[in-house]
Design a protein around this ligand. Sequence first.
Ligand code: HEM
Length: 328
Amino acid sequence: MTSIRPTLLCAASLILVATGAASAQQADPQAIVDALFKAGGNQPNVRGSGAKGVCVTGGFTPSAEAPGLSKAPHFTKPLPVTARFSMGGSNPKVSDKAKPVTRGFSMRIADPAGDMVFVFISAPVFGTKTPEQLLAFATVRAPGPDGKPDADKIKAFSAANPETTRQAAWLNARPIPASYAGVDYWGVHAYTLTDAKGTATVAKLKTVAVAGQLGLGDDEAKAKPDAFYADELKERLAQGPARFDLVAILGEAGDPTNDPTAPWPEESRKSVKLGTLAITALEPAATCDAATFDPVVDLPEGVAGPADDPMFAIRSPAYAISLSRRAN
Ligand code: HEM
């Protein structure tokens, strides 16, 4: 495990050391973002992932235990939150019933001293463990002339890269979420939380839906239109806030910190509640679209991403490229 705070520079050198200059070039953020857009049909003015989504606002109230793990000022007082729920991928017309597709939960907990941003998905694992693998994963899913990806190519890629099938297997084993507020979301990376005395704790972060896991049965799913999450959320928030507990799952020796496709045995790990997110209102899309939720740069002292996970730091330049594309 590591407690080294990552920077963009060290991420770039990690990739070079790990893979050599040629493949670092291949998997540069621009190439990955281009491949993500192609896989979703190259739609204009949308995100490279999470293209379909709903912007919301609310608040974060830290728990009494949180400052014992992290000295971040965000864990000392209630703060406002801007957040976005989304569907994975760059196709803004994807059905809310699509499977196996992750739902996303991005959140900006705003403090005058600097924001704390987390970008989570509705699975404990990501689909790829290196930028090179993500590039290949997205490239193989580009639609052909018939508008569909080549199923044989995907099958061959999956067979050669078995860890890339874990996320889909996990999602396929569960029902379609009935609500953005009725499913848990994971950070997938191993974060290091550092308290005021300098004690570091490696943890994976998760939001636990207070409403529980709300899944659609097959008949219920058939009866739903392709876009129902936004209306469902509007109705839900009219009744009261949608709450999530932000939880730290504490790592133990041997838990991998460098591979977001490798799950930790969560049920046998200790967890600590860091606070509660209360989503209270829908917000115009523009509030979330003007900037990107950057999970790498927007972290306070006391919360650091993994230095040894090559998927982490490269997210920052990739998200910036995607933002510049939709801003044009
Ligand atoms: C090499 C790693 C990754 C790359 C290159 C990448 C790429 C992207 C890009 C280009 C966007 C659009 C950003 C924007 O336009 O604002 C995005 C958004 C998103 N990504 Fe990633 N991603 C990576 C890893 C991950 C991981 C590990 C997760 C899971 C926690 C994740 C979850 C999301 C979500 C939920 C969004 C939607 C954000 C929003 O609502 O604005 N990504 N990703």
